[in-house]
Design a binder for this molecule. Structure first.
Ligand code: SER
Length: 604
């Protein structure tokens, strides 16, 4: 069964069980500063899981979500890990709970009309219990009553069997994970399970029982509603359905692997090269999807742009390891777009942008990488000489050496770290950071970790800035014209950042006008109203929105008095009088055709 079929079957299964299909959210989370990328289908659903809001499509939802998990980057290279993947998920927002969730998972996995997997090759885990939440005996009982044997049910602690929150705080809970036996026997031995024989059991699906809210102080408080959040790894399940052990051999990857073979004249089956093949194949998918998401992210030294840069530079470095010296990223990107463009139309729509941004980054790094690698070798020789002279082994690459590679040759810190690791060395990260900070006003590295506060502790400020973002959006359309459309939004407790389509730098006068319009609107004490309607009704009513295939059947529309009307998932303040004084800090280019504004509100 191909991944396309699996995707469709999953959606169909849950639709017949009363679920409504929602579109995949953007890979770049909107209005959540605590993570850089969408890591699971639940991420955009946080306000509904928390019970803050009613989802316009109801309490039972299903979708296929594009996800990026950079924390798995070091594991890429084996047979089953990727950082970009598609996640099939179903949700109960305070509707069904454990019994129905488990029943549906079991039916979909093993039912003859659905995947028809061998029940004897499935094992599950349940939460063992600790000071925050009890042992999940309910799930165990349900699994037993469905015919799963005791020896295939393991109880695991929180580090393995608890999911969420996605950011620093928010909805989370114990989970029951489903595994498929991929060992050498036809049937797993009696005593084999995901605890005793971890490497032979591939995790394929996770049902999370989200009934807790992890708060900013680290405690777990029961939510007002009990939710279910599940995630099934599309590529992994397609892989086992195709009787393969290596995820990179399924049809979503094989054309990419074949293209790398063609470009490098190396074979994927050669164990010396297999890791580089996999790294390149995973990273090029991630890079293409980030660039194609909304054209809002381009390679840079901060936040998502930095991760994108790391991806592309890592692809280039592993390309060199395979002997590819010429520019090659756009060839691979073409293959990715061709393979994925059916379900993911944004890739086709943004094809030229994706290819040209990749080529530009490759130009930048292509010029310096070979010299940088030489420099790295020189450093290694220097350490060896020092060792011979003093008898003392150099265990660390000093921070200033790593910084030189970064500053002069464009090596992301993590790349130097990877090169060092291959030689059994570490890099002095603190020393690197110090050098970096000395050169920059403010370190932007480690962006993924830099947002300490979760939505929870900052939510009031974030919500206020979110409403101000709507006012700004409208003000920009008044001052610059209706071509202005939101291209990205990122809000922290301190500031808003708004990307929009407009080609020229804004003049002082335009900026002042936009700022004044927003402040006028705030002064008018407009009420904020929230309504649900179909996308067609929303369009007719003049609501701002992208009106592409991003919307489901029902959307939420927020109006701010008669000033602004916009499709949005909220949350927002109740009245603009809660907002304070609006101030634009900076207007700059974000990428070609897109401008970026940073702004704050000051208490008046
Ligand atoms: N959020 C859970 C996971 O990612 C289930 O979707 O595993």
């Amino acid at each position: 069964m191909h991944a396309d079929k699996l995707r469709a079957l999953f959606i169909e299964f849950f639709k017949t069980r009363g679920h409504k299909e929602i579109p995949s959210a953007s890979l770049i989370p909107e209005n959540d500063p605590t993570v850089l990328f969408t890591t699971a289908g639940m991420h955009p659903l946080v306000p509904y899981l928390m019970g803050y809001q009613k989802h316009p499509m109801g309490k039972r939802l299903v979708n296929c979500q594009k996800c990026i998990r950079t924390q798995d980057i070091d594991e890429v290279g084996d047979e089953s890990h990727t950082t970009f993947f598609e996640m099939l998920g179903n949700w109960s927002l305070g509707d069904y709970f454990k019994e129905e969730a488990i029943d549906m998972s079991w039916e979909f996995l093993t039912g003859g009309k659905w995947l028809g997997l061998d029940k004897n090759r499935i094992a599950v885990s349940v939460f063992k219990g600790d000071k925050d939440a009890p042992f999940d005996g309910d799930s165990k009982k349900i699994w037993l009553s469905r015919g799963l044997k005791e020896n295939r049910i393991v109880a695991l602690p929180k580090d393995k069997n608890w999911w969420g929150p996605a950011g620093a705080a928010g909805p989370c809970g114990p989970d029951t994970e489903m595994f498929f036996y991929v060992g050498e026997h036809v049937l797993p031995p009696e005593d084999s399970n995901p605890e005793t024989d971890e490497k032979n059991w591939l995790e394929i699906w996770n049902d999370v029982f989200m009934e807790y809210n992890k708060t900013g102080d680290g405690s777990f408080v029961p939510l007002s509603q009990k939710n279910v959040d599940t995630g099934l790894g599309l590529e992994r399940v397609a892989c086992i359905l195709q009787g393969k052990k290596d995820i990179y051999k399924i049809e979503l990857f094989s054309p990419i692997i074949a293209k790398i073979e063609e470009l490098s004249l190396k074979s994927y089956d050669d164990t010396r090269y297999v890791k580089s093949f996999r790294v390149i194949a995973d990273h090029i998918r991630a890079a293409v999807f980030i660039l194609g998401d909304n054209r809002a992210i381009v390679p840079s030294n901060v936040d998502q742009g930095y991760v994108l840069r790391r991806y592309i530079r890592r692809i280039i470095r592993h390309g060199r390891l395979l002997g590819i010296e010429n520019k090659f990223c756009s060839f691979l990107a073409e293959t990715v777009i061709n393979v994925m463009k059916d379900p993911w139309r944004e890739l086709e729509n943004n094809r030229l942008f994706i290819l040209s941004e990749l080529a530009a980054e490759e130009d930048r790094f292509g010029k310096t990488i070979n010299q940088g690698l030489k420099e790295f070798e020189k450093m290694m020789n220097g350490y060896e000489k020092a060792y011979q002279a003093t008898g003392k082994k150099v265990g660390h690459i000093p921070g200033k050496h790593a910084f030189r590679l970064y500053d002069t040759y464009g090596f992301p810190f993590e790349m130097t770290e990877e090169l060092a690791k291959e030689r059994g060395l570490e890099v002095d990260a603190a020393g690197f950071r110090k050098c970096y900070e000395e050169h920059q006003e403010k370190s932007r590295l480690g962006a993924e970790k830099k947002f300490k506060s979760g939505l929870e502790d900052s939510s009031e400020k974030v919500v206020r800035l979110h409403t101000v973002t709507h006012l700004l959006h409208k003000a920009l359309r008044i001052v610059l014209g209706d071509h202005v459309q939101q291209r990205g939004s990122n809000i922290t407790a301190e500031r808003l950042r708004f990307d929009f389509s407009h080609s020229d730098k804004m003049t002082e006068d335009e900026l002042k006008k936009a700022e004044d319009i927003v402040n006028e609107a705030i002064k008018k004490s407009y009420d904020i109203k929230c309504e649900e309607m179909t996308p067609e009704q929303a369009k007719k009513s003049g609501a701002i929105g992208l009106f592409d295939d991003k919307y489901g059947d029902t959307v939420t529309v927020y109006s701010i008095g008669d000033f602004s009307k916009e499709i949005c998932t909220g949350p927002h303040v109740k009245n603009t009088s809660e907002l304070g004084r609006f101030k634009i800090l900076k207007e700059q280019s974000s990428s070609s055709g897109i401008r970026r504004i940073r702004a704050v509100i000051e208490d008046s």
